[in-house]
Design a binder for this molecule. Structure first.
Ligand code: RFL
Ligand code: PHB
Length: 407
């Protein structure tokens, strides 16, 4: 193995992945004088432009502020106090702020969060190696695990005290534990989302989540000039099956309601996203700690993936800070348990939203009536809407700062 004099060979926390979890963890640690190196196998340009999440919980916004990475978010983020649900054209507004004692969500695109975090980390002297591919982790049972990676054609090694596996669903960190150590649970849904970005002012002030007998649709947004829209599609579909005219025709039908018009505009991007729920338990093996999509993923219907990644990061940051500053490892030992209860709550909510709002191909009529009744309950029972609202803005009792542990 070659060693390079120009790359760091030792750090306190070795972080794999420059997504929201890895970047935020690195910055929060730095602010407490704890060193880290972030290894990211994609280019900076690629991670800064991947279209993904758009909906941030208050807790996420607060943590980005704590990291000093929220100046642009505070200027450009769109604060939403409510959300619209539609069932075959019948709309129901869930008054998020009213039902939750003032909580709201903020619309701000994930690529912007990433740009802000990278800029902040580099401005404060951080090391992020882009196009650095972590291949293997060794020595997790020792005080000094090593991350092996390739960078600019060289095979290199980074020694650290702890490894943060923030490398997403397809990462390598989970594989570093002995076979069978991590238990995994998953559910794959028989539909996908086709997502578009369109250069057109949003036709709505608040997000619209629609069930329709032709399938699910979501109207979200990025700014006063850019709309973000999704339609349920078949897992076998490719973007070629969805010419622009077909997308708009479906969006008109699925989102439509009397007296409202959807404005069309040029489509800038089309992507298909599979829908899956996945949980790894526990989220720690010896000196490896998993955070974000590396440990769990949710279907995007609840807008939760990024928010969960950030909530894990807060738990992990608090635990590492207690280790380095107070010599106290109780939070490190309790990391997985502290995250797990929140993770399953978010899984249940994301599954509830997904199954209430999507058309299950060929499903029995009985289930369809249950789906309709779930929606009906929201329109007739404030308590039901409150439960949805509290989950949607982020359960107060599960906010990362509260460090909820299983009883
Ligand atoms: P990420 O963002 O996937 O980052 C992991 C990083 O690790 C890198 N990597 C490696 N680096 C080095 N060596 C290796 N061997 C590596 N293997 C992988 C990857 O290149 C990558 O940069 O994980 P993280 O940080 O856990 O963040 C998770 C979020 O990105 C994800 O949960 C959200 O995008 C999910 N999501 C949403 N979340 C929300 O909270 N609100 C939303 O509104 C929302 N909408 C969405 C979404 C995801 C979507 N897609 C495309 C899946 C909408 C969509 C359509
Ligand atoms: C988005 O704006 O991309 C978005 C918003 C809410 C969701 C999923 C995606 O539930």
């Amino acid at each position: 193995m070659k060693t390079s004099t120009s790359q760091p060979r030792r750090t306190q926390v070795g972080i794999i992945g420059a997504g929201p979890a890895g970047l935020l963890l690195s910055q929060l640690l730095h602010q407490q004088g704890i060193s880290s190196v972030v290894l990211e196998n994609r280019s900076r340009q690629r991670v800064e432009t991947r279209q993904r999440a758009g909906l941030l919980e208050q807790n996420t916004v607060d943590l980005l502020r704590e990291a000093g990475a929220a100046a642009r978010l505070d200027r450009q983020g769109l604060v939403h106090d409510g959300v619209l649900l539609s069932y075959n054209g019948q709309r129901h507004r869930v008054a998020l702020a009213e039902l939750t004692g003032g909580a709201h969500v903020t619309i701000y695109a994930q690529p912007e969060v990433i740009k802000d975090l990278i800029a902040r980390r580099l401005d404060t002297g951080g090391t992020i190696l882009f196009e650095a591919d972590a291949t293997r982790i060794e020595g997790l049972e020792t005080d000094s695990p090593t991350i092996h990676y390739t960078y600019q054609g060289e095979a290199l090694a980074l020694e650290c005290d702890f490894v943060a596996g923030c490398d997403g669903f397809h990462g390598i960190a989970r594989q570093a534990a002995p076979a069978g150590f991590f238990k995994t649970y998953d559910k794959v849904y028989p539909y996908c989302w086709l997502g578009i970005l369109a250069r057109v002012a949003p036709s709505t002030d608040e997000l619209i989540y629609a069930f329709h007998e032709r399938g699910f649709a979501l109207h979200s947004m990025r700014s006063s000039e850019i709309s973000r829209l999704y339609v349920q599609c078949d897992p076998a579909d490719t973007v070629d099956d969805w010419p622009d005219a077909r997308i708009w025709a479906e969006l008109h039908q699925r989102l439509g309601t009397a007296g409202w018009t959807l404005q069309e505009g040029p489509i800038l991007e089309k992507t298909i996203t599979p829908m899956r729920s996945f949980v790894t338990e526990p989220m720690q093996y010896e000196r490896l700690f998993l955070a974000g999509d590396a440990a769990h993923i949710v279907p995007p219907t609840g807008g939760k993936g990024l928010n969960m990644a950030v909530a894990d990061t807060k738990n992990l940051f608090d635990a590492l800070r207690a280790h380095y500053q107070d010599g106290d490892d109780a939070l490190l030992r309790g990391y997985s348990a502290a995250c797990m209860r929140r993770v399953w709550r978010v899984q249940e909510f994301s599954n509830y939203m997904t199954e209430m709002l999507h058309l299950l191909p060929g499903k029995p009529a009985f289930d369809q009536y249950l789906q309709q009744s779930r929606f009906d309950l929201l329109t007739t029972c404030e308590a039901a809407s409150r439960v949805l609202a509290e989950n949607y803005v982020g359960m107060a009792s599960h906010r990362a700062s509260e460090g909820v542990a299983l009883a």
